[in-house]
Design a protein around this ligand. Structure first.
Ligand code: IPD
Ligand code: CA
Ligand code: CA
Length: 275
């Protein structure tokens, strides 16, 4: 087993374990225990408990690695590998009992920041469908054992655009302007509520283009590797790293086409200029 496939197996094991843990807790009912960046950005006790479960597993298997997770996990390692963790991606769905949420785990080398990291392995587990997406650098992406391939390019009017919206009201206004402009030009949009699963869907050919802004590193670390290992491209906007200012994913031709549309509209202006 190469170094990366070992990391892929670990990511797959703990993503599955944590996803099943969350699904079981969901059966008993959950409630929001607080909010984060804004009043619409909720967190449940299960988000936090799942992150603890994942951290304990990774510490025991890979004691020298760093950890970075949405619910506060932040540990520097000495091995050069950092695990980037979203313990529940799609918390709003989780809260409402919509069975479309996931656990997303990636192993990255280098500084654990989009644009600086090298994602080497990842897993996204969807407990509602018992679907496990995994990838390792240079070794392909798969759903279970089936290899993944992005969809072939289509004309813009036949493109299914997967997207999502920010928790910040002012960012949503900017996003709404772009949707207003692009919605009449595409087949349709899907806002399914879980960025990692949107990226997994693109890798699996279940959509033509993904574009979203205001993502956090744990939303896209594993998913971006799935897409590139499935023959797709991942890009930022306005020459910035793919991440919080914007991330496009899809067949390379679709990414280029959609990026041109966004740029022509001016939908790539800096959102975080003053932060
Ligand atoms: C969110 C989901 C959503 C995306 C948001 C993310 P969370 O993650 O991935 O689809 O639109 O940008 O923050 O908060 O449920 O982990
Ligand atoms: Ca997330
Ligand atoms: Ca989350």
């Amino acid at each position: 087993m190469s170094g990366f496939s070992e990391l892929r197996t670990l990511a797959a094991d703990i993503a599955t374990q944590a996803g099943r843990f969350a699904a079981e807790k969901r059966l008993a009912g959950v409630e929001a225990i607080g909010t984060k960046s804004s009043v619409v950005d909720v967190v449940t006790q299960v988000d936090k408990d799942a992150e603890v479960l994942i951290a304990e597993f990774l510490r025991s298997h890979r004691p020298d690695d760093g950890l970075l997770g949405e619910e506060g996990l932040s540990e520097q390692g000495s091995s050069g590998v950092t695990w980037v963790v979203d313990p529940i991606d799609g918390t709003v769905n989780f809260l409402y009992g919509i069975p479309h949420y996931a656990v997303s785990i990636a192993a990255v080398e280098g500084t654990p920041e989009p644009g600086q990291w090298r994602v080497v392995a990842g897993a996204i587990y969807h407990p509602g469908l018992d679907e496990l997406f995994t990838a390792s650098l240079g070794e392909g992406a798969s759903l279970g054992k089936a290899p993944l391939r992005v969809a072939d390019p289509v004309p813009l009017e036949q493109a299914l655009w997967l997207t999502g919206f920010a928790y910040s009201t002012s960012h949503r206004e900017v996003q709404a302007d772009l949707v207003k402009h692009l919605l009449p030009k595409v087949r349709d949009i899907r806002r399914m509520g879980t960025a990692s699963l949107d990226l997994a869907a693109i890798a699996a050919g279940r959509g033509n283009i993904y574009f979203e802004r205001t993502l956090s590193p744990w939303d896209h670390a594993a998913g971006e590797l799935l897409v590139t290992e499935a023959g797709g491209a991942v890009s930022g906007v306005a020459g910035r790293p793919a991440g919080r200012e914007g991330l496009l994913a899809g067949h390379p031709e679709m990414v280029a086409k959609f990026l041109a549309e966004i740029e022509a509209f001016g939908g790539d202006g800096e959102l975080y200029a003053n932060s």
